[in-house]
Design a protein around this ligand. Structure first.
Ligand SMILES: Nc1ncnc2c1ncn2[C@@H]1O[C@H](COP(=O)(O)OP(=O)(O)OP(=O)(O)O)[C@@H](O)[C@H]1O
Length: 605
């Protein structure tokens, strides 16, 4: 790694850690404040008590953070806490077995999680509404099954476990720290953690990359449910009773800690270290209020205000990120792709023996609207074919048929002489047809390295069973793939949302694995790009064609067509108005053709 790269990366790491170090400073300041204001706050006994009080929040924090990172939320955790606590109470007092209580409650938690996740994904409405409704149902169930009375009569072994200490640390704290550590490991080191970030960054891009996004979110709700089951058992054993009032307002504690720790409410960002310090700050505040002898209503008020402050800070960070993204749409640093000198595009003479994509008589209607009436054209391997047309000409519908998103009503698609039956996008992928959609291509919160391996991530050698992502190999793969296309980025882990538009488009195109790509379709790749960025993207399209793919570019931009195209197809009202080689037209004629005006040009039949 070069010195400037190292410096840049270090700088960003420092920037990231400094925002967390602010919270650590706040935690120490709070400790000192309560120590000097009331006295006796920093004692071993009090610290252990703070940890015991924090145990439920610690257990719930990472699963809650992961849901937020994917752009979801679970507001049913207080209701789940109540009903699962009651379930645990019934099981332990009914059977006399703490083990049955534990296993039964965890299973109950998994079921609640499954219900939450299924309704969120199936109903496709806001997870806030779904989980708020379900949480109310769970709370009601806890009251209905107990008539509002606590359950007490547990065997002594149950409470004994909770009161046992190992090396001076109570068992509930050890359980909570273990649960947190496992969650942090899964989030930060594994492929599964990467998928959470990718889903939060761009759900569609993650899905198109092969991440099973719906299943992932469903499993995260189950993980959340099991964690709530675990904390319900821990609390019931610690308190020695199960009551439907347990956990009132608990979701506010968890969300406050997690958002305070820097997890973005809108998804895509957050780290376990931030979550940990968020939980610690909340724990110190709660204990401090008790020490100060403040009325519990003030505690409630303070917690609510803290949540508002955390949310406000989150929105400020999000707004800053948006502004930075806007500002960085300008050309990037000198060593990056968009700033590389635009190289003149050299067209090679088409190879008459190269394979062909042949589209013949394609037709597609949406109800009464015929989007593609009758389209036939050819795109030769090793060449760039530009597909032009005014708004509503049928370009998107045509590429959706070529990508397996829509099934044609009539017509055939042949590749190298073989007819293709594309029922779904996976069929097009298998046939070697890759489409780069303008807005759906990248998870902007991840770096180029992780975007390029998404869906086919390398695992650390011999550690696949642990799910460990091999970041170094991801970077190597990305570096090789991008450099084979003539792109050199200074930092492969810099979120692509921070790259310039041209760089982003280059990374999106590089997601297409050149080996095995027979047809590459680029949907408006130069829309909203500057002159030099456009030149680089076009150069990339030419490089792809030189590897032997048939490149099809959908565009409105006549200048780009004149610069890069070997072959041109103009669509108008769902029909081919013109098909021919680039030397048969000039820019003026293309503009006329796009407007549907054929004056003097040979028109395809
Ligand atoms: N899902 C749909 N349901 C109904 N009509 C549709 C649908 N998708 C497209 N159409 C109609 O089909 C026609 C062709 O649309 P299409 O999006 O394919 O054109 P386009 O050339 O890609 O346009 P643009 O450049 O504006 O994206 C339009 O009249 C459009 O309104």
């Amino acid at each position: 790694m070069t010195a400037p790269t190292l410096l840049r990366r270090n700088r960003r790491q420092i920037e990231r850690s400094s925002s967390r170090s602010g919270l650590w400073v706040l935690a120490i300041a709070l400790l000192l404040f309560f120590q000097f204001h009331v006295g006796g706050f920093i004692t071993q006994g009090n610290i252990v008590q703070i940890l015991v009080n924090l145990a439920p929040t610690l257990i719930a924090a990472i699963p809650a953070a992961r849901l937020l990172i994917t752009g979801n939320v679970d507001l049913s955790i207080a209701g789940g806490y109540a009903v699962l606590g009651v379930l645990c109470g019934f099981l332990v007092s009914g059977t006399g077995s703490p083990l049955i209580g534990l296993l039964g409650t965890l299973a109950g938690g998994a079921l609640l999680g499954l219900l939450n996740g299924t309704l969120v994904r199936v109903l496709q409405i806001s997870p806030i509404i779904v989980t708020l409704g379900l949480g109310t149902v769970y709370t009601a169930l806890a009251y209905l099954t107990t008539n509002g009375n606590p359950i007490y009569d547990f065997p002594s072994s149950f409470s004994f476990i909770a009161q046992t200490r190992i090396a001076g640390i109570p068992v509930p704290v050890i359980v909570a720290l273990l649960a947190f550590a496992i969650g942090a490991y899964l989030l930060s080191r594994t492929v599964s953690g990467l998928h959470s970030y990718a889903i939060g960054g761009n759900f569609q891009a993650a899905k198109l990359s092969g991440v099973r996004a719906d299943r992932h979110v469903l499993l995260l709700y189950v993980y959340m449910g099991i964690s709530v089951g675990l904390l319900a058992v821990v609390t019931t054993a610690s308190i020695g009773s199960a009551s439907p009032t347990n956990g009132v307002g608990f979701e506010i504690d968890v969300l406050t800690a997690v958002i305070l720790g820097g997890v973005a409410f809108n998804g895509g960002a957050g780290r376990w270290t931030g979550v940990l310090i968020g939980v610690v700050v909340l724990g110190i505040l709660q204990a401090g209020f008790v020490f100060e002898g403040l009325n519990s209503y003030y505690q409630l008020l303070a917690k609510g205000m803290l949540l508002l402050v955390a949310l406000g800070a989150d929105q400020l960070v999000a707004a800053r990120r948006r502004r930075t993204k806007g500002a960085r749409s300008e050309p990037g640093p000198a060593s990056d792709a968009a700033a590389q000198e635009a190289v003149e595009i050299v067209r090679r003479a088409p190879d008459p023996d190269a394979g062909l994509l042949e589209v013949d008589g394609l037709r597609k209607s949406y109800g009464a609207v015929t989007a593609v009436a009758d389209v036939s054209f050819t795109a030769r391997r090793g060449t760039v074919t530009c597909l032009l047309g005014d708004n509503g000409a049928g370009k998107s519908t045509l590429i959706k048929m070529l990508s397996g998103v829509h099934k044609p009503d009539a017509g055939t698609i042949r590749l190298d002489g073989q007819e293709l039956h594309l029922e779904q996008p996976a069929d097009a992928h298998l046939a070697g047809i890759h489409t780069v959609y303008q807005d759906l291509a990248l998870a902007t919160n991840l770096g180029a390295a992780l975007n390029l391996v998404l869906g086919a991530e390398p695992y650390q050698p011999g550690r696949k069973w642990l799910g460990l992502l091999d970041r170094a190999r991801s970077e190597k793969i990305a570096r090789e793939r991008l450099s084979s296309l003539g792109i050199d980025l200074s930092d492969y882990f810099r979120p692509v949302g921070e790259l310039s538009g041209g760089q982003r488009q280059c990374v999106a195109i590089a997601r297409v694995n050149v080996e095995g790509a027979s047809v590459v379709i680029l949907d408006e790749p130069t829309a909203a790009l500057g002159v030099r960025q456009t030149a680089n993207v076009l150069r990339l399209a030419r490089t792809l064609a030189d590897t032997g793919a048939a490149v099809i570019i959908i565009t409105h931009d006549v200048d780009s067509v004149m610069e890069v195209a070997d072959h041109v197809v103009v669509l108008n009202l769902g029909r081919v108005l013109f098909e021919g080689d680039i030397d048969e037209v000039d820019a003026g004629r293309l503009i006329h053709l796009m407007a549907g005006y054929t004056g003097g040009v040979s028109v395809a039949q």
